[in-house]
Design a protein around this ligand. Structure first.
Ligand code: NDP
Length: 335
């Protein structure tokens, strides 16, 4: 797999280019600040909301999305995926012209054909692999976060230098920008959201219910399962050392328990695999994207019901009370 580092990218590719950030939210703010610190002074386009005020407080002179789209040569679309098709039609597409670049931080709308830019425009992806806050924190610390990069349409013949310059200005080539594709980025992202994280989420909830039902104190259960941040430490160690390598940090009892129960814990490996394949199939054939588009069009009835059920789960009480106990320590490192 091709990975681009600092030496592969030249920020000068953005010389005499006006970069416009559309949406000053999680990613928009972080990417705009990093680009500015890298010598690229972006225009900010945002609706009239608190994010626009934040942009002004950060020293930018934010304008409307239409105005930013009109002024910008490179338009970085950093509004939520589900609102992009509507905003694109209304406020971005009318200002696209030959030679401009439209850049996405997620492959979703291009991969599923929900946005189809004209043929004379460059269409690129520069998708940091983590939350906006971290994109900024890592950059300020002299580092960067990884990104997925790709070019969907190279009308100008300069789409790659532009993409890599955006990745460099954002700090992503400091860590490595991976050349995947709009399809791979989208499918992997949706797969983790729909197959991996729900399995982890549901395991945590089921473990909580089983243990509290059997009389263990909810706060002790929450602390053991996630509130101590041991789970976060394990994931960090997996990222730095590897899934199996990090096992060395655990006692032999823990290692034996984990390895001897791994397949039992998820029912049977065959069942989990079958479900994951079914989820991947729904992602690949576009069924999930259609379902989500319909859900949005009908005012999020299923999504609202699911969120209501989540916030009425008894685990929320344990969360609050374990948080109070942890905060009461007053220790500097307490989170
Ligand atoms: P945010 O949820 O932070 O929203 C960004 C901005 O979009 C806000 O100013 C928001 O304003 C505005 N916005 C929301 N609805 C509309 C609308 N209808 N019209 C105009 N502006 C609107 O977005 P993210 O930064 O989370 O996501 C941006 C892109 O980055 C997406 O493509 C996402 O997939 C990608 N990405 C996100 C990551 C993350 O960590 N969040 C990680 C990697 C990629 P308001 O809230 O006031 O409506």
């Amino acid at each position: 797999m091709r990975v681009f580092y600092e030496r592969d990218a030249d920020i000068q590719a953005l010389n005499r280019t006006k970069v416009a950030i559309i949406g000053y939210g999680n990613q928009g703010r972080a990417q705009a600040l990093n680009l500015r610190d890298s010598g690229v002074n972006p225009i900010i386009g945002n609706i009239d909301d608190s994010y626009k005020e934040t942009a002004a407080q950060d020293g930018f002179s934010p304008v409307s999305i239409e105005e930013a789209s009109r002024l910008g040569d490179v338009l970085m679309v950093l509004i939520p995926d589900e609102v992009q098709p509507g905003v694109y039609q209304q406020s971005i597409a009318p200002y696209l012209s030959a030679g401009k670049t439209i850049s996405f931080a997620s492959g979703y709308n291009i991969r599923f054909g929900l946005i189809a830019p004209p043929k004379d425009v460059d269409v690129v992806m520069m998708a940091p692999r983590t939350i906006g806050r971290q994109v900024r924190i890592a950059f300020e610390g002299g580092g960067g976060v990884n990104a997925d990069v790709d070019v969907w349409q190279d009308a100008s013949g300069k789409a790659w230098p532009t993409t890599l310059a955006l990745a460099k200005g954002t700090g992503c080539t400091r860590a490595g920008a991976f050349h995947t594709s709009f399809k791979t980025e989208t499918d992997l992202d949706l797969f983790s959201e729909q197959a991996l994280w729900p399995a982890i989420f549901d395991s945590l909830l089921t473990a909580y219910e089983v243990l509290v039902d059997k009389g263990y104190p909810p706060e002790a259960v929450a602390l053991e399962l996630y509130a101590s941040a041991e789970a976060a430490d394990i994931f960090l160690a997996m990222a730095k050392r590897g899934i199996f390598e990090q096992l060395k940090f655990h006692s032999p009892t823990a290692q034996y328990g984990m390895l001897s129960h791994r397949q039992d814990a998820t029912g049977s490996s065959g069942e989990l695999r079958k479900r994951m394949l079914a989820t991947l199939d729904k992602i690949q054939n576009g069924d999930f994207a259609s379902e989500w588009t319909k859900e949005q069009a009908s005012g999020y009835p299923a999504f609202s019901k699911l969120k209501k059920a989540m916030f009425s789960h008894p685990l929320n009480d344990a969360d609050r009370s374990v948080r109070q106990l942890l905060d009461a320590s007053g220790a500097a490192g307490a989170s």
